[in-house]
Design a protein around this ligand. Structure first.
Ligand code: DAK
Length: 258
């Protein structure tokens, strides 16, 4: 598939890679980038040979936010009735794990997309922030909700109200990212992590990701009940039988993803 603003490849078995590719605009996310990213993501999600997806940008910028030049003339009604909102929320439809490989700027919508991923590998150069307040707006793709869960209210407020930026090391301390690597290693590390997940049962991974994400939405007891249903569902799969039999027979499991 030919895209204008993203590149896709399969850098390792089972791993789908999507790269924002508007280097001159620091990967500013215009409508086309968002549309293409979600198209590619859903294509990898449907592809049974893919077990995990890596989303990355360039060394200088994961993404410097939504495209301000595209938004500058837009008014309330155009934003509300445009298809942008639907596009941004299509992220929730991806059932396979998505790992963000972040180097350089992850600002505004860039930070929000990274936070919407399931894991984040950051280069030492990564900078996370929500500078929307400087533009007279506020985060609109989950920033006010996801950041507070990741870093707590005090820090989230400071980031959103004063444009405080987090370094990769600070993001690691807060638990916003999974790990920090040397600048030349972040993508390899993300691909390795994706390979690890891609080597597992896709059905078990899907059920597990779904259950973890429910923790965001549900009160504890309902979340525990939800988890239990997914847990029992796993007992209906061939992969459960294979995984446990392989353990007993002391051999690696051969997953069928069924
Ligand atoms: N939009 C458009 N162009 C951008 C851009 C952006 N966000 N960020 C950078 N660029 C462009 C610059 O205009 C410049 O282009 P030329 O002037 O060369 O044509 C080029 O990229 C290089 O940028 P700089 O010259 O500024 O590079 P520096 O290294 O000096 O500075 C910087 C890098 C990242 C600190 C700076 O570019 C910057 O502050 N960028 C803006 C960051 C920002 O404010 N981001 C938040 C945008 S608002 C929605 C949901 C969410 C959102 C929108 C809608 N819906 C649900 C509908 C999200 C909103 C946002 O993200």
């Amino acid at each position: 598939m030919d895209y204008e603003h993203i590149l896709t490849e399969t850098p390792a078995p089972g791993v789908g890679l999507i790269r924002f590719n508007r280097p001159k605009a620091l990967n500013a996310l215009n409508s086309k980038v968002i549309q293409e990213t979600f198209d590619a993501m859903l294509a990898f999600d449907r592809d049974s040979s893919i077990g995990a997806i890596v989303l990355t940008g360039s060394d200088k910028a994961f993404a410097a936010g939504a495209d301000i030049k595209e938004m500058v003339e837009r008014n309330y009604v155009e934003m509300m009735t445009g298809d942008q909102l639907t596009d941004w929320s299509a992220f929730n439809k991806v059932s396979k794990p998505v790992i963000a490989a972040v180097s350089g700027f992850a600002l505004g919508g860039g930070c929000e997309i990274a936070m919407a991923c399931d894991m984040i590998v950051a280069s030492e150069t990564a900078v996370f922030g929500q500078p929307e307040i400087l533009l007279g707006i506020l985060p609109g793709a989950g920033g006010t909700q996801r950041l507070i869960r990741a870093v707590g209210k005090a820090t989230a407020m400071e980031i959103i109200l004063t444009d405080r930026r987090l370094s990769a090391q600070e993001a690691l301390q807060y638990g916003l990212v999974n790990r920090v690597t040397a600048p030349e290693e972040y993508l390899n590390e993300a691909i390795k992590l994706a390979q690890k997940v891609a080597g597992l049962s896709q059905v078990a991974v899907r059920l597990a990701k779904d259950a973890v994400n429910r923790a965001y939405e549900l009160p504890l007891q309902e979340g525990i009940n939800y988890e239990k249903r997914n847990f029992y569902l796993a007992f209906g799969t061939e992969d459960k039988k294979e995984g446990m039999t392989a353990f007993v027979e002391k051999r690696p499991a051969q997953w069928k993803h069924k």
